[in-house]
Design a protein around this ligand. Structure first.
Ligand code: BGC
Length: 559
């Protein structure tokens, strides 16, 4: 990669995808690395700078690959290790980095480690997992997959003991108290970093270690372990990153950054539902309040912001009342609910309202952190709530109107999941090709937004200051980095709004709207007045105007 700035991730625009869902090159109904290579031009066109690949390792696929049965291979239907290497080269050639899931917490019960562990109590592999004679141990730990699991222990008739699992019962947890296991996982990491991966999304990190009498989440021993991982990676692989998946309150996520000696990045889980609440209730308080509860993180670290991903829109980090509100607002049909959350894509959640889709993207692209786009959301893809588990949001990417949305030439019945065909989000109406040909499509707008973000380092690196205007519907904040000041004004309301801003400290500066490069009236010593269309937003750069520069965007127009 030519950009060797070790803090590249602070300016990155991430794109999350599953190889199986993107493009099928050999017509077997399942996407593969060769197909993905063919689509890299599209991703380059869009402007994303780092891909996050969902698990592509051999697996019985009972948890979409998060049930790994071999940490050092590629699931054969997705291609070979050589294909993966070619893909990495091709992505890097285009300036696109790639991180992948590192499923640390558990394996599949089909993993040879577990198979040997359960069969022989004498084997050193036995203590790669967590066993007990009693299912009463660690009784304070909550159950995460409440739809399917009744206990975190499952009896294994072969081992004649219970094994510990925080997720599905076919996913036994690994035992991080065992130094041999730790060593084995470092070897796994080295294997993938040597192939050229730029880092890992570290799956389910809060649950790595368990202790009696605790909730078995976020333990100090877990943090010590992550510090070891970080030290190891820093010594050998400069510029590679660890992104923590810790679905926790901000105060509990903060330690995952350490003193910049744990993870480089962490998802901001609790912010996500508050963005949806803010828009639905037309009120900036839920969003601003979440930031007042978010501790500062080291300068070299970064939040990762997202609207949707491959899982349900989790409501775990919500109060009971907030959860009820979210279900009421976004998932009245019980079919849309999974575990503690809502298994829907962005566009259907927002009733396909282009204005709201833009506004929510505008928020994740301008609040502090690096944004992630979930594949297909850049064209407003829909979901299928009738598919089981979280499959409704994991359907094939929609490329064009050809058979199977241009994803695969296979017999439609062979597809890993059916394509979306409904009249609103079906591939006949919602697809990449159509959007590329329509200059005002969502995809074109996403491309412009990404390009604008990339031009202004303050988005990725700047401080934030909320302005708290009297109009509750208008969210306003400043992002500042070095000599750049950006002003974001966003109308969470579904009706036109006016807002008065106290910008006196910037008197003399000219707000330049970044999408149109349009100059607005300069800031004086009175309140600055703005009006916004329903769900409208302005991204301004505040420019110190030389005295002769007085023209506004409207001058020179014939009115
Ligand atoms: C992943 C889920 C997966 C779970 C258990 C999560 O953190 O995002 O998709 O089901 O880990 O592996």
């Amino acid at each position: 990669m030519t950009n060797v700035d070790p803090l590249w991730f602070k300016d990155a625009v991430f794109y999350e995808l599953h190889v199986k869902a993107f493009c099928d090159s050999n017509d077997d109904g399942i996407g593969d690395f060769r197909g993905l290579i063919q689509k890299l031009d599209y991703l380059e066109w869009l402007g994303v700078t780092c891909l996050w690949l969902l698990p592509f390792f051999p697996s019985p696929l009972r948890d979409d690959g998060y049930d790994v049965s071999d940490y050092r291979g590629v699931f054969p239907d997705y291609g070979s290790l050589d294909d993966l290497r070619t893909f990495l080269q091709e992505a890097h050639r285009r300036g696109i980095r790639v991180i992948a899931d590192l499923v640390l917490n558990h394996t599949s019960d089909q993993h040879p480690w577990f198979q040997e562990a359960r069969r022989s109590p004498e084997s050193p592999l036995r203590s790669f997992y967590v066993w007990s004679d009693s299912e009463k141990k660690y009784g304070k730990a909550r159950i995460i997959f409440i739809d399917t699991e009744r206990s975190n222990w499952t009896w294994d008739p072969v081992a004649k003991q219970y094994y510990w699992h925080r997720f599905f019962s076919h996913q036994p947890d690994l035992n991080y108290d065992n130094p041999e296991l730790r060593k084995a996982m470092l070897e796994v990491m080295a294997f993938w970093l040597d192939q050229g991966l730029d880092g890992f999304r570290c799956d389910a990190v809060p649950y790595l270690i368990e202790r009696e009498g605790t909730i078995c989440e976020n333990l100090s021993e877990t943090h010590e372990y992550l510090k070891d991982l970080r030290k190891w990676i820093d010594e050998r692989y400069q510029g590679r990153i660890l992104l923590a998946e810790a679905n926790q309150w901000p105060a509990d996520v903060r330690p995952y950054f350490g003193d910049n000696n744990e993870c480089h990045m962490a998802f901001h889980f609790p912010l996500m539902p508050r963005l949806f609440m803010g828009v639905r209730s037309e009120d900036w308080h839920p969003i601003v309040d979440m930031f007042t509860h978010t501790p500062a993180i080291p300068d070299e670290c970064q939040w990762c912001l997202f609207l949707r991903n491959h899982d349900e829109l989790t409501l775990e980090m919500c109060s009971g009342e907030e959860r009820d509100y979210m279900y009421y607002a976004y998932a009245r049909d019980p079919q849309m609910r999974r575990n503690i959350g809502i298994a829907r894509r962005l566009a259907p959640l927002l009733e396909n309202d282009r204005r709201k889709i833009e506004l929510l993207n505008s928020l994740v692209f301008t609040l502090p952190g690096s944004p992630i786009i979930y594949y297909g959301d850049e064209i407003g893809m829909g979901d299928n709530v009738h598919l089981g588990d979280r499959n409704g949001v994991r359907t094939p990417m929609q490329w064009n109107v050809d058979r199977n949305a241009g994803f695969s030439k296979a017999d439609p019945s062979k597809l890993y999941l059916p394509v979306i065909t409904d009249s609103i989000y079906g591939y006949q109406t919602t697809n990449v090709e159509a959007q590329l040909q329509t200059p005002y499509s969502l995809a074109h707008w996403m491309k412009s937004m990404i390009a604008i973000r990339k031009k202004h380092p303050a988005f990725g690196r700047g401080t934030i200051e909320f302005l708290r205007p009297r109009n509750d519907k208008v969210l306003v904040y400043l992002r500042q980095y070095r000599d750049e000041t950006l002003l974001m004004v966003q109308n969470l309301g579904g009706s036109a709004q006016a807002v008065e801003l106290d910008l006196v400290k910037f008197a003399g500066a000219v707000p330049v709207e970044l999408f149109g490069e349009t100059r607005f009236p300069s800031i004086g010593d009175r309140p600055y007045m703005l009006s916004l269309a329903p769900y409208g937003y302005y991204w301004f750069k505040l420019r110190q105007a030389p005295s002769e520069e007085t023209a506004y965007g409207i001058e020179g127009s014939v009115i």
